[in-house]
Design a protein around this ligand. Sequence first.
Ligand code: VG1
Ligand code: CO
Length: 552
Amino acid sequence: MSSSKKSDSTLKTIRISDPFTDQKPGTSGLRKSSKHFEQLHYLESFVEAIFQTLQGVKGGTLVLGGDGRYGNERAIDVILKMGSAHGLKNVITTTKGILSTPAASNLIRSRKAIGGIILSASHNPGGLNGDFGIKVNGSNGGPTPESFTNAVYEYSKNLTKYKIIDTPSIPLSDTGHFSVGDMTVEVIDGVEDYLSLMERIFDFDQIQNLLRNNFGIVFDAMHAVTGPYAKKLLEEVLGSPKGSVRNAVPLQDFGGGHPDPNLTYASELAELLLIDKNYDFGAACDGDGDRNMILGKGCFVNPSDSLAVLTANAGLVPAYANGLTGVARSMPTSAAVDVVARQLGIDCFETPTGWKFFGNLLDANRISICGEESFGTGSNHIREKDGLWAVLFWLQILAERRCSVKEIMQEHWQRFGRNYYSRHDYEAIDIDKANTLYNRLERLLPSLNGQQFAGQRVTFADNFRYDDPIDGSTTEKQGLRILLESNSRVIVRLSGTGTQGATLRIYLERYVPPNENLNHDPQQALSDLISEINSLAEVQRITGMNTPTVIT
Ligand code: VG1
Ligand code: CO
């Protein structure tokens, strides 16, 4: 064991008043530009508020790591020195501080930690000109609830001092045991534990068999955290050809890219599968490894459909072979999974956007699988969404069924019907304009009831409110819903994760039963709904934008 020199705990007095006033209340953790985080004492102030709020810090174990973006190692250094000053007993961190969000969730659970601090702004760009972020997860491995985030915020308002020890920094270049003051730090290889978790869920032999037999696979790590995980899992253990994992080295600025696996930001991968059609299977994950995009040859799998397919095929995966207790989806996610759940005779819950709302249902064993339309799927194996888990799930299905992704989708729709679905994002719009649009539409909702909307009758229109069936808590104003007859819907929300202006999200959905045309282009199938909401909400006039920034 190497040990740093004798250290002094210093109480630093700071002079930044109310540093987090512009933090959006209710959002998990803090996401800001990297430059914002570089302000004197800014990071430290937020960390102080976390340590003052988190339960069990004295004598506890904490998991710490991040997605490798600019600021990652500096933040780890600061948090170690502050954690020691606050009496933490042990910190588990990783070489180079590389730790995906799902792997962190797993470590928190398996090491019985009080929680974890994950350094990531997820799918937001990184680098000096990008974003940085800090997320706090609780002892169940999942995002802390809103009550925690609000308590951190409240504490930070009156914060004038923070505790830190003055001691040399420890290296993160290799695994090993270190001391930071009286606190021990275990630097581990973050990939190993995650790998063995995946081994316990899936039948690796069967997936190996698929990957070693002329199966064209390409995975895009987008120069973010999943690179080392995917290299090890797919290339080394499961035997996919060398080079099938692209952009595998995590870079501080993600190579200048936007580590968001969708058709716009992962366009290189999309082109390989949808235009060149050289591969059977393609996938990508986001900055911190919790999102996934799935592509087949000439086939994009909509994330809402992906959740439905995983649910319908869960019996093929050893960990779920005995059946699912239930499933859940976030409100804007399409109801494709609801149709499957009905046929399976299991519960299907509808929660607000954000993984934290699945936590109670998972902890109470009311659901086994859950997901969001924003490329997030996961299960009771951890308390975060899990990008590579979803990729392995798809590979297990393909290994068993030995057909193409496209055939899986076709058969799924022929059995359950198709929920045509799309999300239109208008990014970086002026905050006042976004609020004007949203508030105006909200005021219009009561008058829509019973009226015609895109040729269909409005059965219900409201601002979604969630009553948690486990702890009885209520969460209001989670998105404007316009529900139409025959299971069509339009949802309008403002994003809680952007850092530049506001992002308006419009979610569109139309269900067609198995006997109707299942092969329309979604934009075409939804065109009535698109033009109706655009004109009702005056999207173009108010935002000044003629087309969405991203269409999924
Ligand atoms: C977005 C997604 C939401 C997801 C959240 C965090 O939120 O829509 O489904 O849970 O990002 O994902 P919003 O408020 O911008 O719509 V991640 O990959 O940052 O952990
Ligand atoms: Co993410």
